[in-house]
Structure formats: C-alpha cells, structure tokens
Design a protein around this ligand. Structure first.
Ligand SMILES: *[C@@H]1O[C@H](CO)[C@@H](O)[C@H](O)[C@H]1NC(C)=O
Ligand SMILES: *[C@@H]1O[C@H](CO)[C@@H](O)[C@H](O)[C@H]1NC(C)=O
Ligand SMILES: *[C@@H]1O[C@H](CO)[C@@H](O)[C@H](O)[C@H]1NC(C)=O
Length: 571
C-alpha cells in the first residue's frame, strides 16, 4: 500500500514539474535542503526536518550558538525529542542534542515570497513532548503540512528542553530555566531565505505550549521579535504554569541525584548526566480529590529576574502591541479531573458530592473553610434539591476546567485588552463534543471538548486521515485553520485568504465577546462574558477573603451566614 503510494507520488513528480520548490536554502549557519511534497498539479510543500537552531546545549545552561556546517545539510529527518521520561516513568528516551526545528513552506506555481510565519510550541506539562508530536503510522500530530497548504503560511515547529533539563532553576542566572527563546530568534533571522516575512511572525502553542507563548509575549526580551500570538488551553497565569518555589524543587532534585545543597550544588548538578537528572524529576502520581494532580506539576518556568523580571500578572504592559488570540476547550478539565476523581470518567460509577467538595477544597485551600463554602455555594447554585449524577460529574469537570484553564485564560484576556495599544484581543471557547463521547463509547454522552481536542482540528487531521472523521469535523477543521491563518496574516481572524463561517468580534475593554467554535456555527456562536459568575468567583470573591490561618478564628460565626451567601450568589 505504502509502496504503491510512493510510486504514485513518484509518477506525479515526473509528470508535474510545474509546482515550485525552494531547492537548496542558504541560512546563516550553512546550506540546507528539504524534501518537496507535491499536493496537486501546481501545489507543493517544501518540508525541512531537523534544522539546528542552536548547538547541543550543555547541561542546565542556556542554548549556545551553533557553529554552522559545510556542505549541504539534508533536512529530511526529524531530530530526536529532548530527553524525557517514558510514560511509565521508569526510563528515559530522547537526546540532549535536541535544539532543532522543522519548517513547512507551501508553493503554488511560483516559489513563495513574504509569507506569514507561524511557530508552534508543543504541550506536555513542561515534562514531555516533541516538535513533531505523537506519531501514528507515520502521521505526526504536529505536521505543519495542512496548515501551510490551506492557509498559505509557513509553519515552523521547534524543540525545547523539558523536565529537569528544561525547567529546573535556581530562580536566577546560575540555572536560568525558560529556554524557548532561541528558536524564535533563529526564525526571525533566517526565515526570509525560506520565503517567510520576518515582520509577520505568530507564535502559537497548546497547554504548556500555550503558556510558553504567554511567557514569551510577557518577556521584555521579546520586543520586536514577533507580532502575534495564540495560546490554546494554557497561559502564564494558570496555576500549573509557574514554579513559585524553585528553591524547593532544585533542592529536591539535588537530593535525589546525590548532590549537596550547599554552594557546590549548582556545579554538581551541571556535572550530573542527563538521564539521571531527568529521572530525578518529581514523579507524577495518580491524583486524588485531596491531592490533585496539578499540585505535582512542579517543573515549570520561573521568575528569573531576567527573561521574566516579575510575576506574569505584572508584565502585561509588554505585549501592548501584540495581537493575541486566546481560548480554551469547554471541558479542558475533563482529563485531569477524571484522574483526581476517577469515578467522574466512569459510566458505571457514582461520584459523591463529598468528592467534588474535597477537590474544590484542595483548589481553594489557602482560603480555608469560608472559601470552600462560598465556592461550593456558587458551583451548586443551580443544583436543586437532588442533583443528578450528570450534574454532579459535570460540576466536577467545570471546577477543573475553570481553575486549571478557563479563568486564568480569561484573566489574561482582560489584562491584555486593558493594556493593549495597537494589539488586538480575540477570545474563543471550543465546544465540539469529544469523539470519544456517546452511547457505546468510553465517555459520557455529555462530554464536550476535552483537553488537547483542539490539536487535531488546528493541524487538519480530518483532512489527513479522512476515515477517522466525519464531514462536520472537516468543516470545523477548515474553520479553525481559516481563523488561525487569517489571524497570522493580518491580526484579524476574519480577514485573509480563507473564508470564515461567522465574523469573530474583537474582545474589547467594553465588550467582552467571544466565539463559540464548533462544527455548526452561525451568528448565535458569538457570545459574551464567558462564565462571568465563575470568573468573578475566582478573580474577585475568593482573593478578597483573607487567607486561611487568619480565618480559623472567625470561621464559627461566618458559618451561620453561609445560607444567605448561597442565595446571594445563586444568580
Ligand atoms: C504582513 O503581511 C500582510 C499580508 O501579506 C501585509 O499586508 C503586511 O504588510 C505584512 N507586514 C506587516 C508588518 O504586517
Ligand atoms: C495592565 O496590566 C497590569 C499588569 O501588568 C495591570 O495591573 C493593569 O491593571 C493593566 N492595566 C489596565 C488599564 O487594566
Ligand atoms: C444556529 O445554530 C444553532 C445550532 O446548530 C441552531 O439551533 C439555530 O437555529 C441556528 N440559528 C440560526 C439563526 O441559523
């Protein structure tokens, strides 16, 4: 089958000489040659895999410039992923030599010039992942081919170090952390040779990649490097995105690899081999309602006084000129919440109200009993006297979605719009039901868009593997590629080379509009004030409470009032 396909492509290549190709490309470091993929009689994509943008990094050091090469580098194979733990957390795979990127350049009859450029940063909790993504039958999730071809943009996907080697930090320059900047700098300096417009760069990413994008736009070091950014299901303000206590984490890792925690610690860590360091990351164990999974994600970017000079929430003046498109999936918390409360994801098991309360209690821990009472009153306000199992389970998922993704993303959107000068702001909610939901399928029928469900649509998988999807999924994928690439081209998701189903209004200081994205879109897909009651709960009501220890003394007299509070908040 594959042989036949290769033969068929070979015949096409001979028969259709009209589609253009870049051939050998000159970069600052040397010459590279990719591979041409013909897509039709006068349409092709040049693919470059595994171009180094920095030298093999020294352990726990910033990336260093690559020395360059003689001759022509054949860029036809993805580089290894950055070294990371295996799924079972019992071994490592990948390499320290992993600072490479991949480029997809579309052409019509003529070689492309001045195309918009989109640089992808993968997710994986800052612990795992690779620039090409998971691979199924040689179909890589993050292949930029569909986006490049349909949107007529250049797609770049870049590797970055993960886990201890990427994000262990002393919170200062001794072990700096935050290593994703070098790839953008390389693209800015070299993409013109590939037919890209260095003035029209958009960075985009999902989950930890979305948070990475958010950190990049907040950093003063990014000034002038790129114009636009897209964060899917992750921003710097997410509770899992910032390591607030780097010293504790670095000391834990030092202890596990047998390094002293005195002034020799840093040298000792840097002399430890990569696999040992990688295995010394805090293990991700099964969560529970009292100890949710998110609290175990400890290796993430830090405020280092340089790349991030301050808390992310204080840096929103920096991206004032950046166009920013941000959104979440309507059940982004499903995956994680059904780890923390396993019964939530099981059709045959009941979820107790007590478990939902315990999870919420863990999330509002600093606000003590009073915080929990207020938050629970808000989440159960529409329950009636005896909530159904569906209601209880959906509430658990809502709590996870709000706390981990939706509310932090909304906060970032409000702050960006408030500080923006020329930069525009666009907000979305993806609500397409999970492909795994329904009768006879693993998920409950009510499950919407789960974490990472957006990836397949943005990367055009319903077109690449049509049998796995229906016609409506191709519609949805086409819509997302249109909005995303139009945005990369013009800063407005509605304007560009592709038609969109509905005009997506800007999120402004005065009008908090967002687009509800699904396979069935019309003017009713334009909505406003996403989950305002819950955004208010997490960003105003809870922070206004004093913290738990102060509260202990006054808990008893507040308790009597919680009945009133329930009514007040039940709107
Ligand atoms: C970006 O691309 C658009 C469309 O091709 C073009 O109009 C614009 O001048 C380019 N440059 C900048 C800086 O926006
Ligand atoms: C701009 O962002 C800062 C945080 O960096 C925030 O404190 C401030 O309120 C924002 N400005 C406006 C006008 O809201
Ligand atoms: C918009 O789509 C929704 C959901 O598919 C449908 O119920 C509604 O009738 C449509 N409205 C219009 C104005 O077409």
């Amino acid at each position: 089958m594959e042989k036949q396909l290769t033969l068929f492509v070979a015949i096409l290549c001979v028969g259709a000489g009209s589609a253009a190709t870049l051939g050998v490309v000159h970069t600052e470091l040397g010459r590279v040659q990719g591979q041409r993929i013909l897509l039709g009689l006068s349409r092709s994509v040049d693919v470059f895999k595994g171009i180094p943008f920095a030298a093999k990094p020294d352990t726990l050091e910033k990336p260093k410039p690559h020395p360059g090469w003689d001759g022509i580098l054949k860029a036809t194979k993805f580089a290894k992923r950055c070294i990371q733990m295996s799924m079972l957390q019992t071994s490592t795979f990948g390499s320290e030599d992993c600072l490479y990127l991949n480029i997809w350049v579309p052409h019509g009859q003529h070689v492309s010039k001045n195309l918009p450029v989109m640089i992808w940063f993968y997710g994986g909790g800052f612990l795992v992942g690779g620039s090409m993504g998971p691979n199924f039958l040689n179909n890589y999730l993050y292949s930029g081919q569909e986006i490049a071809d349909k949107g007529n943009v250049i797609v770049v996907s870049a590797g970055y170090r993960v886990g201890v080697l990427g994000f262990l930090s002393t919170g200062d320059s001794r072990i700096p952390g935050n290593f994703q900047h070098a790839a953008i700098v390389w693209v800015r300096r070299n993409i013109k040779s590939f037919g890209g417009d260095p003035e029209n760069i958009t960075i985009f990413g999902e989950s930890a990649g979305g948070a990475s994008v958010s950190f990049q736009i907040l950093s003063p070091h990014s000034k002038g490097l790129f114009r636009r950014a897209i964060s899917q299901s992750g921003v710097s303000l997410c509770p899992w995105a910032l390591n607030r206590n780097p010293h504790k984490v670095v000391q834990g890792v030092a202890a596990r690899v047998g390094c002293p925690t005195d002034e020799t610690m840093v040298d000792c860590l840097k002399a430890t081999d990569a696999a040992t360091l990688t295995m010394a990351a805090p293990r991700i164990q099964q969560g529970s309602p009292d100890h949710p999974l998110v609290k175990k994600l400890l290796l993430s970017p830090v405020v280092d006084g340089d790349f991030l000079p301050d808390q992310p929430g204080n840096l929103f003046h920096n991206p004032a000129e950046i166009d920013y498109l941000v959104g979440v999936n309507n059940m982004d918390g499903y995956l994680v919440t059904s780890q923390d409360i396993p019964s939530v994801g099981k059709k045959s098991q009941e979820t107790s109200v007590e478990d939902v309360k315990r999870l919420l209690g863990a999330y509002v821990k600093e606000k003590g009993r009073a915080g929990l009472d207020i938050a629970f009153a808000e989440y159960s306000a529409d329950w009636g006297t005896t909530p159904s199992q569906e209601t209880v389970k959906r509430t658990a998922v809502d709590i996870g979605t709000d706390y981990l993704f939706l509310v932090p993303s909304q906060t970032a959107i409000y702050l960006h719009a408030a500080n923006a000068t020329s930069g525009r702001t666009f907000s979305y909610l993806l609500s397409e039901p999970s492909l795994l939901a329904g009768p006879g399928k693993p998920y409950h029928t009510w499950v919407g868009a789960d974490h990472a469900d957006d990836l397949q649509y943005v990367f055009g998988k319903p077109f690449t593997t049509p049998k796995a999807y229906g016609e409506k999924h191709r519609d949805l994928s086409g819509y997302m590629i249109a909005y995303w690439t139009n945005f990369a081209r013009t800063g407005d998701p509605n304007t560009g080379t592709l038609k969109v189903p509905v005009t997506w209004p800007e999120f402004s200081r005065t009008e908090h509009k967002f687009l509800d994205i699904s396979a069935r879109m019309n003017t009713t897909s334009i909505k406003q004030e996403m989950r305002l009651r819950f955004v208010t709960l997490w960003t105003r009501t809870l922070p206004s409470l004093s913290s738990a220890h102060k509260f202990q003394t006054s808990v008893s007299n507040k308790k009597t009032k919680s009945g009133h509070r329930r009514k007040e908040n039940g709107r």
